[in-house]
Design a protein around this ligand. Structure first.
Ligand SMILES: Cc1cc2nc3c(=O)[nH]c(=O)nc-3n(C[C@H](O)[C@H](O)[C@H](O)COP(=O)(O)OP(=O)(O)OC[C@H]3O[C@@H](n4cnc5c(N)ncnc54)[C@H](O)[C@@H]3O)c2cc1C
Length: 485
């Protein structure tokens, strides 16, 4: 019962974004009992905010191989091929399963899914729901199913503080309010860490909480130097600061223009390239924004983006809107295998919390929602095969939650671990009071090269010897560069 001090179930899932909701539903449909812990209301998940869509090789002219090639090209020789193969092979089945669960994806009159084109994809591959309302539609539907599912107990407004460790294994989760959930497996699905940076597209809760919880429990983290900056976030408009304008809009023909009105970048190049081109132009010209001209795009394709901009006093049907890059997606996270298992027994991570290695140094657009569903289902299955935890003699003490960052830490990350980094800045960040900021600095200092989202002014070249070397950092083990199978 939810009010008891220790709630027992087969699976504990922490976080109710796309990954957590889908993992919970997958386990429940196998007859398992699940306790789902969600700190915030639904609208505060990154999943709810997702505008682009879900990448899956569904088009006749597409193939798993082609999706893999695009994923690997974006990831700059750091993609773990086994993890990306799982993603591309299983994403189409997950899209069909979401349809079975009642998600209505955009389709033509014959029911053929309408596929969008996004940066880095060589073919139309992205399914949408309600145009740019994909995340909202999917999360709403999955949440409704979770609430109605008798196998799932939802603890809304409850916050996990730490992993419940017993005899070297994770036996569940300790909550801030003193309760605990005991389970065969605990799946961390708390989202990413992009809101650690001061200028972000993410909801304020994307603070790497699951990464901090896992690391404190002894799990390895990896690739924290790889934070993707989204090129087109609104800037200078109060109330809409950091609002993301999906690149699906560039896929439909929107163009980027410098202060002189000229185009300066291939708009559908991978995000790291477009972000760097914008940052370089802004540095060169002293401007604070570039213009995103979407006048040639049919506004009815992106109703919620257009209305959000209009609410903020911008009319994208009449004039370019001011945008510049913002921190968007953490490729690094809790090291997991291909079933979401971390390096600590009984502790799993999925979605943006996890680092399977599939995104490499730069995530391909819309691969992250696919990852939430593909790996959410896999982790649920694997978690149910874990042995039942031995009954611990006493429930864990509540423990302190990972600390939120001070504003100064967020500004330091933006300044010192931004689009272009240097040793001096990273060494300064390595002394920051926030533990996760220090780990990010350590990983970024260690990678003495420029690759994908990690650009070092002092090491501008990619070092081929570091291809497929992930920066892994344990709680006690020193930082090391590891090749994953
Ligand atoms: C504006 C925007 C647009 C995007 N568009 C796309 C897109 O079109 N396609 C795509 O593939 N990706 C997109 N992304 C990225 C994608 O949305 C995310 O990577 C993905 O949704 C992450 O899902 P998640 O389930 O891992 O985490 P989230 O959706 O962030 O959910 C995290 C959950 O964890 C909970 N939580 C956090 N801490 C605790 C705690 N201590 N205890 C309990 N609960 C906790 C939160 O309350 C929340 O419920 C976008 C991201 C943003 C910000």
């Amino acid at each position: 019962m939810p009010d008891e001090p220790v709630i027992c179930s087969d699976l504990a899932v922490v976080g109710a974004g796309a990954a957590g909701l889908y993992a919970a539903l997958s386990a429940a449909s196998a007859g398992a009992s699940v306790t789902l812990v969600s700190a915030t209301p639904l609208a505060q998940t990154a999943s709810y905010w997702a505008q682009g869509g879900i990448a899956a090789a569904l088009a006749v002219e597409d193939s798993f191989g082609r999706h893999l090639i695009d994923t690997e090209a974006a990831g700059r020789n750091l993609v773990r091929r086994s993890a990306a193969q799982v993603l591309v092979r299983e994403a189409p089945a997950r899209v069909h399963d979401l349809e079975r669960l009642g998600v209505h994806f955009d389709a033509d009159r014959r029911g053929v899914l309408a596929l969008g084109l996004e940066g880095g994809h060589s073919v139309r591959r992205v399914v949408h729901a309600g145009g740019s309302a994909t995340g909202r539609r999917v999360v709403r539907q999955l949440s409704a199913l979770v609430v109605d599912n008798p196998n799932i107990t939802v603890l809304e407004g409850a916050r996990a503080a730490s992993a419940w460790m017993h005899e070297g294994r994770c036996a569940g989760a300790a909550l801030e309010d003193g309760r605990a959930v005991r389970a065969r497996a605990t799946i961390l699905a708390t989202g990413g860490a992009a809101a650690l940076w001061s200028r972000t597209t993410n909801p304020p809760g994307s603070l790497g909480i699951g990464m901090s919880i896992a690391h404190a429990a002894g799990a390895a983290l990896a690739d924290l130097e790889f934070l993707q900056f989204h090129p087109t976030a609104v800037i200078g408009i109060p109330g809409r600061e950091g609002f993301l304008v999906t690149e699906a809009i560039r896929g439909e023909g929107a163009t980027l223009h410098g202060p002189d009105g000229e185009r300066f970048v291939e708009e559908l190049a991978p995000r790291d390239e477009v972000s760097r081109a914008i940052a370089a132009l802004l540095a060169r010209t002293g401007a604070t924004s570039v213009g995103l001209d979407m006048r040639a795009v049919d506004p009815s394709l992106f109703p919620n983006v257009v209305s959000a901009l209009q609410d903020a006093g911008l009319d994208p049907t009449r004039a370019p809107i001011p945008v510049s890059p913002a921190s968007h997606y953490m490729m690094g996270g809790v090291v997991t295998d291909l079933h979401g298992r971390s390096t600590v027994g009984g502790l799993y991570a999925v979605g943006e919390t996890a680092c399977t290695g599939l995104h490499g140094a730069n995530r391909l657009a819309s691969n992250s929602l696919s990852e939430c569903f593909v790996y959410g289902a896999r982790a649920a299955r694997a978690g149910l095969d874990e042995p039942a935890p031995a009954p611990p003699s006493t429930p864990p003490s509540a423990g302190a939650s990972p600390e939120p960052p001070a504003r100064a830490t967020q500004e330091a990350l933006w300044r010192d671990a931004g689009i272009v980094r240097t040793r001096v800045g990273l060494e300064r960040l390595a002394g920051d009071p926030h533990p996760l900021a220090r780990l990010i600095a350590a990983c970024a200092l260690r990678r003495e090269e420029s690759r994908g989202a990690h650009q070092r002014a002092d090491f501008p070249a990619l070092v081929p010897a570091l291809d497929h070397r992930h920066t892994e950092i344990g709680r006690i083990e020193p930082l090391r560069a590891v090749r994953w199978a």
